[in-house]
Design a protein around this ligand. Structure first.
Ligand code: SAM
Ligand code: SF4
Length: 358
């Protein structure tokens, strides 16, 4: 499934080559935990295990994508070390993502080990669902607690147009396989796009409600050089108005540990979430960092600053202390927040979402 076509790779412009210092740093935090300079405790890591994907969603990737050569991607053992060190620093939730995590060869090797990691309370995954017929049961057996599955449309032709190469049928059977494997509170992720899928918001919620799935609508973010976003941006408030014409929506105080704000339909199990990076900035309660497949630690999805853990991993293959120190020191560069505006045309972050991991 891995695409080996060599193409020039787009690299983040503000990447620092991190050399660990042995100083304890200026951050004042309780030993064994990660606290940033604004006092936010980091307990949640999103780990991308590949930049590759079997889809090319138009809002996420360019049509002709540039993938990393293998030696620039963390090995599964390196992914494991990074995760284990974070858990040792008090992280209790880990989301495996990508690219499409399930196209990474031997991904189950890593996931089985993570599932057995003491202290990791929630191992979860974001997937496009295309491989779930095969992997849902092993993921469940490995201890993955919940899945987020991306689904922007229920129309096969439209699905093909949005993903450029995807097959809706595989995703629908993948969702069924997840439910048959015993996954509960599976969440559908819908990127809300005006003129693309706004006529299906009601049908997508009905699809979720009929299957006791949760569903979240995501405002499109300006990540990577993709044209036409100004035309498709639609706010969560407008999405909610569209849904309110059909469903009675009651605000819920539930939080899932992520950025979504939830609503419920009375008498129904499904939660309807809205992830609103533009219209409702959620940075003040941010509890997470992201690790790319090439080992860059991005303290903020919406900023370009990063620390490169790969040289540390490779320079000290048998000693986790420098890696631990690098992670602790990264807290010093976590910004207060992103500054996405509704000016969508110029990318505010040069890397694609598939690079950082959603
Ligand atoms: N391949 C997996 C998938 O699609 O679920 C995991 C990685 S994908 C990058 C994670 C999430 O990011 C998906 O739900 C996708 O819809 C979302 N996403 C990608 N690009 C986005 C963008 N520009 N704005 C908002 N969400 C985006
Ligand atoms: Fe692949 Fe997910 Fe990006 Fe779509 S959103 S191209 S499935 S990584």
């Amino acid at each position: 499934m891995q695409n080996d076509t060599p193409k020039p790779h787009q690299t983040p412009d503000a990447l620092s080559h991190f050399k660990p210092s042995l100083a304890t740093g200026e951050l004042n935090h309780p030993a064994g935990t990660l606290v940033d300079k604004y006092g936010r405790r980091i307990t949640y890591v999103r780990l991308s295990i590949t930049d590759r994907c079997d889809f090319r969603c138009s809002y996420c990737m360019a049509e002709e994508m540039t993938f990393l050569p293998r030696h620039q991607v963390m090995s599964l053992e390196e992914c494991w070390r990074v995760a284990a060190v974070f858990v040792g620093l008090g992280v209790n939730k880990l989301r495996i993502t990508g690219g499409e995590p399930l196209v990474r060869k031997e991904a189950m090797w890593l996931i089985e080990r993570l599932g057995a990691l003491p202290g990791l309370e929630q191992l979860v995954m974001t997937t496009n669902g295309s491989q779930l017929t095969r992997f849902a049961a092993p993921l469940k057996a490995a201890g993955v607690k919940r899945l987020n599955i991306s689904l922007d449309t229920l129309k096969p032709d439209r699905f093909r147009a949005i993903t450029r190469i995807g097959d809706l049928g595989k995703v629908i059977t993948g969702i069924a396989a997840a439910q048959a494997a015993g996954f509960r509170r599976t969440k559908l992720n819908v990127v809300a796009m005006r003129g693309v899928n706004d006529d299906e918001f009601v049908d997508l919620v009905q699809f979720a409600v009929d299957r006791a799935l949760d569903i979240s609508f995501i405002e499109e973010m300006p990540l990577g050089e993709i044209h036409g976003r100004n035309n498709t941006y639609i706010s969560s408030a407008e999405t909610r108005d569209i849904l309110s014409a059909r469903f009675e929506l009651l605000p819920s105080s539930e939080l899932s540990g992520g950025p979504a704000r939830y609503w419920r339909i009375p008498g129904n199990e499904s939660r309807i979430g809205f992830i609103s990076p533009h219209s409702h900035n959620f940075c003040d309660t941010c509890n997470r960092v992201r690790i790319t497949a090439q080992g860059e630690l991005y303290p903020c999805l919406g900023q370009n600053d990063a620390i490169n853990l790969l040289p540390v991993l490779r320079e000290f293959p048998h000693d986790d202390a420098p890696l631990r120190q690098a992670i602790i020191e990264s807290m010093g560069i976590k910004p207060f927040g992103h500054d996405f505006t509704q000016q969508m045309e110029a990318p505010q972050v040069v890397r694609f979402m598939s690079m950082t991991g959603g």
